[in-house]
Design a protein around this ligand. Structure first.
Ligand code: NAD
Ligand code: MG
Length: 389
């Protein structure tokens, strides 16, 4: 781990997204601690150009190749190298010149560059939960083999990670992941059947990218987070519990073998876990809003309604089943969310698509990386064939 007397050189994969832009806010506020080495974006060329002109990275990647010349021309007078296309993500992840990757691409697309960073022995601040959902065994195995720290950015996992500091000799009895419940907490299927995109995108406590906002509304996000937690903290599925906590103040909890429970709390603001992961093991002073307990006279906890929000039950099933089942679940869900965001399927259809895909795609108990890619492709094709049925 680089110490903070020298600047840590950060590669932000997915710099134009919700996590990426907040990470740049953290870097902007701490120029003595961090510098930007690499930035990548899929389509938002204008923002990528603006970020590059402000932060002077060594390299940028624009995923959509048709935008290459625009970015190249805009940065022609700078020292920033410009690359384009999916393959370029892996090429820049292979650079020696950065210390830490912030993996903030959304979805399965984040897996290859993150795996490359781990293979290069680079520290990873991991926001891209889908990487661990799909291939957590292979990613964690490589990280352990290469002694690479994978520090979670997801707020629940950051909470658990923070609770575990100083506890390396103590066994975890269970972890408790908190869920806000999303915008449709308390609603039933007869309501959800008519829910539309714009309503589902309105999260009560967090402003996030479109995909994770829909995942939060369906509770798939919490299911993905259970699988993410299994790999990050080396847990048995039975050690992972979900409770609904609508205020999003307790970010998650760890219960140790003596029954003692530690929680990490704060206002819902992703900048805190982003900053914590980038600066670990240091904590950085900042001016983020502070939690005032007097304004939260009641913090409440309840059982999730898995009969209504069946995605959480499906993800729990995939968690227990293991093998390529979480990969299949994730791929079907990515297609389902994509289709819902384009008003091609209804809210409850998303669950049906995931369930049917999990039944259809052949189960593999111990997949290798190629088999994960094959399962992902097959599951996507099958899920796509269900649209408009
Ligand atoms: P977002 O949609 O706002 O941003 C995604 C970023 O990835 C953008 O920079 C985009 O250009 C890039 N991208 C999208 N598709 C790509 C592709 N196919 N190839 C390469 N790059 C691509 O998403 P976000 O909300 O910032 O979330 C990013 C990741 O962090 C997700 O995995 C999400 O689950 C996780 N996460 C987000 C939050 C949050 O508050 N936003 C919280 C916890 C975890
Ligand atoms: Mg989370």
């Amino acid at each position: 781990m680089a110490d903070l007397t020298t600047k840590k050189r950060i590669a932000i994969f997915g710099s134009t997204g919700s996590i990426g832009t907040q990470a740049l806010d953290v870097i902007r506020a701490n120029p003595a601690l961090f510098e930007v080495e690499i930035l990548t974006a899929q389509t938002n060329d204008d923002l990528l150009i603006k970020q590059a002109l402000e932060f002077h990275p060594n390299a940028v990647v624009i995923g959509d190749e048709s935008r290459y010349h625009k970015v190249k021309d805009a940065l022609a007078k700078t020292l920033t190298k410009v690359f384009a296309g999916e393959q370029a993500l892996e090429e820049v992840a292979d650079f020696d010149s950065y210390d830490m990757m912030l993996a903030a691409i959304v979805g399965f697309a984040g897996l290859k560059p993150t795996m490359k960073a781990v293979s290069k022995r680079k520290a990873v601040a991991l926001a891209n939960k889908e990487t661990l959902v799909v291939a957590g065994d292979l990613v964690m195995q490589k990280a352990i083999e290469n002694r690479v720290p994978i520090i979670p950015v997801d707020s629940e996992h950051s909470a658990i990670f923070q609770c575990l500091v100083g506890e390396s000799r103590n066994r975890i009895e269970k972890i408790i992941l908190t869920a806000s419940g999303g915008p449709f907490l308390g609603k039933k299927p007869n309501y959800l059947v008519n829910v539309k995109r714009d309503h589902a995108l309105q999260h009560p406590n967090w402003a996030m990218g479109a995909k994770i906002s829909i995942d939060s509304a369906t509770l798939m996000n919490k299911g993905l987070e259970m699988i993410e937690a299994k790999w990050l903290f080396n847990l048995h599925p039975n050690q992972i519990q979900v409770v609904v906590h609508p205020q999003s103040i307790v970010h998650s909890l760890v219960q140790f073998e003596d029954g003692s429970i530690k929680a990490q709390m704060g206002l819902p603001d992703m900048k805190l876990p982003i900053q914590y992961a980038m600066a670990f093991p240091q904590r950085i002073k900042n001016d983020f809003l502070r939690l005032d307990f007097r304004k939260y006279p009641s913090l409440t906890f309840e059982e999730p309604d898995v009969k209504t929000f069946r995605n959480l039950a499906l993800a729990t099933e995939a968690l227990h089943k293991g093998g390529n089942m979480p990969c299949i679940l994730n791929a079907a869900n990515e297609i389902a969310v994509w289709a819902f965001l384009r008003n091609r399927v209804g809210f409850l259809d998303m669950t049906a698509m995931v369930e049917k895909t999990m039944e259809k795609i052949p189960f593999i108990e111990k997949p290798g990386m190629q088999e994960y890619f094959d399962s992902d492709g097959e599951a996507r094709n099958f899920a796509a064939s269900l649209i408009n049925l």
